[in-house]
Design a protein around this ligand. Structure first.
Ligand SMILES: O=P(O)(O)OC[C@@H](O)[C@@H](O)c1c[nH]c2ccccc12
Length: 264
């Protein structure tokens, strides 16, 4: 069983328990009362690198991961999100999975309330219920992973996220899942450079996909981005945005790390 399979199995149990604790109707009402969504897509769509604009940063608030273990001991999600915003991130991504990433939905609610830029719920979304959870704590975007969903589930969750006013970031690792991703209607497509089965990282994954993603969709390079050189390679290839966690969250001075990474 791969790590991804294990995470998905745990997540199904978690969702079943959450539905018993808080019925979907109750969550739907909470989602309606949540602060209005911020436009995650628009934050990334202006002045694209292909038109000479800068590559955009989606900076991730990440305490731990199955591949790295504990990344940051003194973890203050609000402080980290504020630092990301102050240093020019276009959006933030906040891990909410608890068992494998030591995240929390509350981290998203609290961090988003402390900043003015859009926030993504980074989790393993398998059920519409989790979209309501996301929106109820203020999420502006959600991650959907092609490797965890059938093509029809992907499309249904994509449409349900849009109906709730959120931007779906639809991620793939396997090139053969691109058709399902494109057919889901995703305008924001992420290519994960990390194989969630072996944890191997290869930036070439995103680079090789650039040609195959139509120009009217935004492309995000995810995972394993460490140096300004990496960022330049992706920007030169016309990649619109990068999603970076570990190499920022690990640093004592996160603001300085963002500046270095982005070459500012
Ligand atoms: O910490 P990194 O290597 O910079 O990666 C960030 C992000 O891409 C990564 O956390 C991620 C991408 N897709 C995921 C899916 C699930 C969990 C985590 C992820």
């Amino acid at each position: 069983m791969s790590v991804l399979d294990k995470i998905v199995a745990t997540k199904r149990e978690e969702i079943a328990a959450a539905k018993l604790a808080t019925p979907a109707d109750e969550l739907r009402r909470a989602a309606e009362r949540a602060p209005a969504p911020r436009d995650f897509f628009a934050a990334l769509a202006q002045e694209r690198p292909r038109d000479g604009g800068p590559i955009k940063l989606i900076a991730e608030v990440k305490k731990a991961s199955p591949s790295a273990g504990l990344i940051r001991e003194d973890f203050d999600p609000i402080e980290i999100a504020r630092t990301y915003e102050a240093h020019g991130a276009s959006c933030v991504s906040i891990l909410t999975d608890e068992p494998y990433f030591q995240g929390k939905l509350e981290y998203l609610r609290d961090a988003r309330a402390a900043i003015g830029i859009p926030a993504l719920r980074k989790d393993f979304i398998l059920d519409e219920y989790q979209l309501l959870e996301a929106r109820s704590v203020g999420a502006d975007a959600v991650l959907l992973i092609a490797e965890c969903l059938t093509p029809s589930e992907l499309k249904d969750l994509h449409d349900a996220a849009v109906a709730l006013g959120m931007t779906p970031l639809v991620e793939l690792y396997e090139p053969e899942n691109l058709d399902a991703v494109l057919e889901s209607g995703a305008r924001l497509i992420g290519v994960n450079n990390r194989d969630l089965r072996t944890f191997e990282v290869d930036l070439g994954h995103t680079l090789r996909m650039r040609e195959r993603v139509p120009a009217d969709r935004l492309l995000v390079g995810e995972s394993g981005v460490k140096t300004h050189d990496d960022v330049r390679r992706l920007a030169d290839a016309g990649v619109d945005a990068i999603l970076v966690g570990e190499s920022l969250t690990r640093e004592a001075d996160i603001g300085a790390a963002v500046d270095r990474l982005m070459g500012r």
